[in-house]
Design a protein around this ligand. Structure first.
Ligand SMILES: Nc1ncnc2c1ncn2[C@@H]1O[C@H](COP(=O)(O)OP(=O)(O)O)[C@@H](O)[C@H]1O
Ligand SMILES: [Mg+2]
Length: 226
């Protein structure tokens, strides 16, 4: 489903962010991406989310090398991804409900079905946002906006979930509500790659980890990390 082959990244005029990173994920895998601030987690996830290209090496998603896919295939790939970026990137003058619903219309559902509306409501309820559904996104706290961004990523049942520190602005209760949603999606067959530096999550929910350190990635079993 996801294959990185000797991927390296430099930003213009800077030293390398990472070099010759290779790993793969299969359907139903769950992988933490851990590493200190500035290690390159967000850069790596933006590449996997098709937002940036590697300086060298290859990223393949669902069997397609991203460097050579057609526009229409790229669109289809993006529709199968649920991405929670580190900055939530909600549309400030749309309501909470519409921010989530927009993810469905961008995925090609022109009319939001009753079932989809129910799904949005259920996600908002689970994340303590039911009273905020008609509020404009610009009125939300950082934690609320982050939970809306997760709802937006999960609502269309993606095959690959890419979550960049999705619990970074949450208290403990919401951290576990969010983790519960990611784990349920994973049990339902989605592959999940989740960047975090929350040691308690990594300790309590034992999964394989990709550790990003000094530009290199090492894969570690749950037992070895932290
Ligand atoms: N668009 C960019 N242009 C230049 N440098 C960048 C850009 N994005 C990130 N960086 C740099 O790349 C490094 C890794 O950043 P980032 O991927 O955000 O790390 P992390 O998410 O692990 O904190 C940092 O040194 C950061 O300053
Ligand atoms: Mg980051």
């Amino acid at each position: 489903m996801l294959v990185l082959t000797e991927v390296s990244k430099w930003y213009h005029g800077q030293s390398r962010i990472f070099e010759n990173v290779s790993f793969e994920m299969k359907k139903g895998d769950f992988l933490y991406l851990v590493g200190g601030t500035g290690a390159g987690k967000s850069s790596l996830l933006r590449m996997i989310a098709t937002e940036e290209s590697p300086t060298s090496g290859q990223v393949s998603l669902f069997g397609y090398p991203l460097a050579t896919v057609s526009e229409s295939t790229l669109r289809a790939i993006r529709q199968s991804i649920g991405y929670v970026p580190q900055g939530t990137r909600l549309i400030p003058d749309l309501t909470v409900f519409d921010n989530v619903a927009l993810s469905l219309s961008l995925a090609g559902h022109r009319v939001i079905s009753a079932a989809s509306k129910a799904k949005i409501s259920e996600l908002l309820n689970r994340l303590g946002l039911e009273s905020k559904r008609d509020h404009l996104a610009c009125m939300l706290s950082g934690g609320e906006a982050q939970r809306v961004a997760v709802a937006r990523a999960l609502v269309r049942t993606p095959e690959l979930i890419i979550a960049d520190e999705p619990t970074g602005a949450q208290d403990r209760d919401y951290t576990w509500s969010l983790m519960d949603l990611f784990l349920k999606a994973n049990v339902g067959g989605a592959a999940v790659i989740l960047a975090t530096h929350d040691r308690e999550i990594v300790r309590r929910v034992r999964k394989r980890s990709a550790v990003l350190r000094k530009g290199q990635v090492t894969l570690e079993d749950a037992a070895c990390i932290y």
